[in-house]
Design a protein around this ligand. Structure first.
Ligand SMILES: *Cc1c(COP(=O)(O)O)cnc(C)c1O
Length: 357
């Protein structure tokens, strides 16, 4: 089955093979080497300085990493402003509510861009220490304007916490640009890095970790980081997912890193868009507002999602539904994972067959 859902992704043969690595104890040197290699390679993806940044590997899905980041890095005397323009921004607000974080929100329509002037004005009220934002809002495929966000945050003296779950490894992220306003980002193994589900991570500035709060035992990011700096881990990790992540990071680097992965996704997405247009299917957002990772398409007139999904599934492809109010309007196609041009060509033929009455 070819997975066009936004993670988990189809694994390459070498990453799948890594899942079957040796049985090891997480209190032995073999595990310390595995974890250390992952932490080093995570920082290397965006060439981050180990003296300034820490990679903290966690067991769980992307949401766990986002929750650990927010619950740990908004200080007790701080206040986080959460930017919403889709499901994942709204999920951060729910996380803030669960942990009783002092928070506020600024909301835009799903699919709409973040209004940077409105954000600037909101920050001028001066009651916010942190901003939390989603880089690629997977709800609609919109790539939020990260250079713009970092600039506005820098000008207001606020730190930025990023959900980069569906962009890390493929989208450009200038971690040290614009006054170093990015304090941390959270992401997962099984999206653009092409690892297996079960491992996630936060990259955080070490000075932000020094001021971390402890609102949860399991999600205490600073405690995880201290243990990992000590070649240890507080709890039992998802070792097979760690093996796969280490291999996926090696493969990512060998294939040319972030720029090469972005170019690969873009080539697939461009072919997909032109082929779908030939079948009369148009994208929800213009290409220059979209991530390289996933595009949302308007369901063709007279086709419901369930039928399209089932027909494509019979032909070996999994597409992804829109959420809530978009469920009846769009479908989504992600080009992450071990898929290539030949898969896209076969998919386009399957779509052409599937939308016939
Ligand atoms: C996939 C995703 C998540 C996390 O989802 P999980 O199911 O917990 O892995 C968070 N944010 C964004 C933007 C995502 O695309």
């Amino acid at each position: 089955m070819i997975l066009f859902n936004p993670g988990p992704v189809n694994l390459s043969a070498r990453v799948r093979a890594a899942l079957g690595g040796a049985d090891i104890c997480h209190r032995e040197p073999e595990f310390a080497r595995l974890q250390g290699a992952i932490r080093d390679r995570l920082l290397a993806v965006y060439a981050l300085e180990p003296a300034t940044w820490a990679g903290v590997v966690l067991s769980g899905s992307g949401t766990l990493a986002v929750e650990a980041m927010l619950a740990s890095l908004v200080p007790d005397d701080g206040r986080v402003l959460i930017i919403e323009n889709g499901v994942y921004g709204e999920r951060m607000t729910r996380i803030a509510e669960c942990h009783g974080l002092n928070h506020a929100r600024i909301s835009f329509e799903w699919g709409a861009p973040v209004d940077l002037d409105a954000l600037r004005q909101r920050l001028a009220e001066g009651d916010v220490s942190h901003v939390a934002a989603v880089h690629h809002e997977t709800t609609t495929g919109r790539l939020n304007d990260l250079p713009g966000l970092t600039e506005v945050c820098h000008a207001a003296g606020t730190a930025l916490l990023l959900d980069t779950v569906s962009g890390f490894g493929a989208e450009a992220i200038d971690f040290e640009g614009c006054g170093q306003s990015i304090a941390a980002c959270a992401a997962t193994a099984n999206k653009c890095l092409h690892g297996a589900p079960g491992a996630a991570f936060v990259l955080a500035r070490r000075d932000a970790l020094l001021q971390a709060s402890r609102r949860s035992l399991y999600l205490d990011l600073a405690a995880h980081c201290r243990a990992q700096d000590d070649d240890s881990t507080p709890f039992t990790p998802a070792i097979p997912a760690f093996y796969a992540l280490a291999e996926a990071l090696a493969e990512h680097a060998e294939q040319g890193g972030v720029a090469a992965r972005r170019a690969h996704y873009r080539a697939l997405a461009a072919r997909l868009e032109s082929g779908l247009r030939d079948s009369g299917i148009t994208p929800l957002l213009p290409a220059d507002a979209s991530s390289c990772v996933l595009r949302a398409y308007n369901l063709p007139e007279g086709t419901d999602y369930g039928t399209l999904h089932d027909r494509l599934r019979q032909r070996g492809f999994v597409i992804y539904a829109g959420q809530s109010s978009l469920a009846h309007r769009i479908f989504r196609v992600s080009t992450m994972g071990a898929v290539g041009q030949a898969d896209i060509e076969r998919f386009l033929s399957a779509v052409a067959e599937s939308i016939q009455p």
